[in-house]
Structure formats: C-alpha cells, structure tokens
Design a protein around this ligand. Sequence first.
Ligand SMILES: [Fe+2]
Length: 181
Amino acid sequence: MAEIVIRNTNERITGDENVRNFLNKYEVLYENWDASKLNTDLQNNFGLTDQQKEEVLKTYDYEIRDLAARRGYQIWDVITLSEQTPDIEEKLAKFEEIHTHAEDEIRAIVAGKGIFVIKATDDVGYFNVELSPGDVISVPENTPHFFTLMENKQIIAVRLFIEKDGWIADPYPDPTFIKQA
Ligand SMILES: [Fe+2]
C-alpha cells in the first residue's frame, strides 16, 4: 500500500482511500496487483536473469494485458535494481534529476520498494509516493517527477510503454525543489 509525504509540510497521507483521493487529484493512476502471486524465490532475487524476468512477466500476464488493453501500452519489460546493479550510485544520481516525458510513466512494483517524487501544483510543491510490492502507479505525461529507491535499495518493477522511444526524459531543472524532505 502506497503512502504519500508532502515534502514542504512533511504531512503523511496513509490509508487506501486517502491515498487514492490524493493521487486522483493529480491524475496519477494508482492500482494494486496481488504481490503474493510472485514466487518467493523471485521476490527476494534482485539480480534476476533474463529467464527469471520472463517468469515475472508470465506471473502477471493477465494484469499486464488488462492494463495494456485499457491504456494502449504495446510493450513491457522487467527491471531490477539493487546494490548488485553495476554503478548503482551513478545510476541513482542520474535518476534523481527532475524530468518530464511525452508519455505517461507506469511502473508496477512487484518486489522491494521505491519512491516517485512528483510535482503537484506550485503551491503544494512536490510529494513523495512511497511504493510497496503490488503498487501500480502512472505519472501523467508532462508532469515533473523522478524515481528513486528507498534505504534498502532493492526493487523489481514491470514497466509498460506505448512506444519504445516514447520514454525520453526531458530535463526539468527546478530551483524550487529542495532535496531533503
Ligand atoms: Fe521518468
């Protein structure tokens, strides 16, 4: 279950209905998959082989095809990040640059944890969405955001795309953004 932190006030929003209402306000799609469907060997494996990634996709084939049919995604894959990932610190530094995309950015967290930092309105500023296994989120197109890991630095996520090259990051340098929430 996702939780929200509004960075400027440190207000934390918890509870299914509150989280959904908040995200709906900013047109952020939020849904849930059954995290327990994933084989436990895969849940605790943050260095998946290509074959194991295929197993993840097979496990969630119904959910992926349902989302794709509703929202027009054409392709999907699995990413995993952890301290085993080569150059993880450099990758995270790159991730933590605020940007936008011409396409929405949808991620289904199937193991581990992660945070999307998303810009609300100018007066509200940025909020964190802390994601747990089973959380599915989509940042709308042209909305400033970035993604990062939580302290445990472990995640497995399914990504879906409308077009292979539709997910190009346009930098959104924002002097109002304060790094430490
Ligand atoms: Fe992005």
